[in-house]
Design a protein around this ligand. Sequence first.
Ligand code: TEU
Length: 607
Amino acid sequence: MTVHKSAPVRSTTARSTTGPGGEERAPATPAWWTRAVVYQVYPRSFADSDGDGIGDLRGILSRLDHLADLGVDVLWLSPVYPSPQHDNGYDICDYEGIDPIFGTLDDFDALLEAVHARGMKLVMDLVVNHTSDEHPWFQESRSSLTNAKRDWYWWRDPRAVAASDLPVEPAEGASPQAPTAAELPVAPVEPNGWRSAFSGPAWTFDETTGQFYLHLFAPQQPDLNWENAEVRAAVYAMMNRWLDRGVDGFRMDVINLISKNLEQVDGGAQASGIGFQMGPRLHEFLQEMHEAVFAGREADLITVGEMPGVTVDDARLFTDPSRRELDMVFQFEHVSLDQGTDKFDPRPLDLVALKRSMGRWQEGLADVGWNSLYLGNHDQPRHVSRFGDDGTYRYESATLWAALLHLHRGTPYVYQGEEIGMTNVPFARAEDFRDIESVNYYREAVVEGGRPADEVLAGLRAMSRDNARTPVQWDATPTAGFTTGTPWIPVSPHVVEVNVEADRASERSVFAFYQRLIELRHTDSTVALGRFTLLEPDHERLYAFTRDGDDDRLLVVGNVSGDDLEVPLLGGWAEAEVVVANYPQRAAAAGQVLAPWEVRVLRVRRA
Ligand code: TEU
């Protein structure tokens, strides 16, 4: 078991416990996840055991030693539940089962057992802001205005249209009854101006009952109505069943969207998320969930809420242990800084803005709450391509970003393939994309919007979620050791140079570098809990900070550029111990010039 439960008491980020009489006791040791590293598996693209070209649970099982070797503590599994797969499993039609493309519940139990046998934990993806439109709950809900589950989703009448907007005056003596949808003189108007994250309005009109339903994502992903207490009870019961089965926590998809205020808004509010992000009852719902699901067993679990638009101040509340909500949240600030007019309009990285953002989160959650740390996941392009140099300096920039991220205070998340420096994919044509977001964006921008295809494709190539979704490259063969069949999305042509086999055999192994970083998180109290201080915030190429522990100080310096960089900071550090470096020879020589994408982690001990 690599998880350390007896770290020195230094952090307030500990589970507060309640005594027999209900009195609050002082926090004991920091929670186990303050020293843990999580690895995300996107099951479709990880490993395929049966040759159908789609990754599956038996495939993951067969590659579990890769994770154990890396040293990670937790495996987070993106959704494996039955799903029509419009959004690769983030549209769930049965919360209790496993999609046949991924295997069976028996396969799941076998995987869970094997994960536990290796001293790791397993976290499920919890997608409860919405279900699939094929979920029986929605099927019932849409069947009639009076169905018992009608109120489980957000149904609303079309917005009233002013008489002056109608093309013709109603004929004299016309029926006083409301016209049916088909009889309306103009198409029914959406109840409010919210837009779907995957293009188009967030409302779809349902002919059966003449009302619209809300979907903040695709029309196949109707939003659950968390105002309804039966919905909440059904979700909590389902979560309890998974915990009883042995899973160790949840990553909660867009959990800050579950509380909504439909009255507050109109179209202009989309960007700020007013009305659907951070709604009025969010904290109440999360506390209720904690009580109904986690209470009593929280010390062994990990909970992380995905929260687009969350601020540091919000995050302090969500992750303050005494409030009993969540352990940590995924925030989006640092992965939004390189976006122009929208996410497919990439801008060069503004390092100063990135450092300041990361620094503010470190500062804001230093005494209360806890950070999650990530650069990539299944929704983001590959960070070595996005923030580094995936050509000449692929090894150097992949390891630089790994070291910078993992030396922050928080729980690091490694996304599959990142540990071998997997890169973005040279998608060329519209047909190359599989992701619903990319496909819809292209249609809206080019086919309907008339924007130049080249320009839109360039944005998609840089930012599409598909960059993170091509098969994990296990070896240099054409199907990458991922499948014996035809992969559901083509293997990246970079498989020849970038694959697990080659990386692990190399003297410059990204994998070995990650192993070292993960080991440090387990064994080094200053890495886990030391106080963070950002240095040289306005420097445009240098990323530098210190971490202070009781007996030592770490200095982290990185050259975020492809040119040499002189770093006077290093002057006083000539005698320091090199903890991690991606140019070990140079680091030992303690020069004051950093090579392209060089990173050094140095330690001085206090007298
Ligand atoms: O993502 C929510 C989210 O806010 C975005 O990152 C989203 O993926 C999109 O890129 C908006 O531009 C979560 C899941 O991680 C994502 O895979 C799902 O598609 C989405 O929710 C819906 O469940």
